[in-house]
Design a protein around this ligand. Structure first.
Ligand SMILES: [Zn+2]
Length: 173
């Protein structure tokens, strides 16, 4: 669990960059079975004018060499963990599924609106595939609140006043 926190904090470094770039403050890192970060991604939707440039997809796109055996045209099916500051959306959940190398996903904050990983894990579609991926949802209350506050600030800065990210942000003693 100590490592999970360490790598989530690395994902937050990416989220902070996205925030500075004026897009969704969401970051991700992919870690191999030796505990090495093999890639870093961040949201670039508004900074790159790309609706598909989510943090998780960004990290997966630059991990091709670690996930594919180009010579033999096969997927390497490694045992990687993806850390992201926000629960993966439907696109990112399926991108995680289709790279066949991410076996575990850890995210800082649940996303009631667009979060999809937990829904996919309930089935029925592609459940045999999603069963191969485990997850840890919002394991650290302080990091969950940190992400929720960033999402609230981002939403409010765009003119969305009553965002669900504003609520449930108290540390329980
Ligand atoms: Zn996404």
């Amino acid at each position: 669990m100590i490592d999970d926190r360490k790598f989530l904090l690395e994902a937050f470094k990416e989220a902070e960059k996205s925030k500075e770039e004026g897009t969704y403050p969401i970051g991700a890192v992919i870690v191999n079975s030796d505990g090495m970060i093999i890639s870093r991604g961040r949201n670039k939707v508004f900074s790159d004018c790309d609706t598909t440039a989510h943090a998780e997809v960004d990290a997966i796109r630059i991990s091709g060499l670690a996930m594919l055996d180009i010579e033999n045209k096969r997927f390497l099916k490694e045992d990687f963990t993806l850390y992201t500051t926000c629960e993966p959306c439907p696109m990112c959940s399926c991108s995680i599924l289709l790279c066949f190398s991410i076996k575990r996903v850890v995210w800082a904050a649940n996303d009631k609106e667009m979060g999809a990983m937990r829904k996919f894990k309930e089935g029925p579609h592609f459940l045999d595939r999603f069963n191969k991926i485990s997850y840890d949802a919002a394991p650290f209350r302080d990091l969950e609140i940190r992400q929720r506050k960033m999402m609230a600030e981002w939403s409010i800065s765009r003119g969305f006043k009553d965002t669900p990210w504003q609520y449930d942000n108290e540390i329980e003693e």
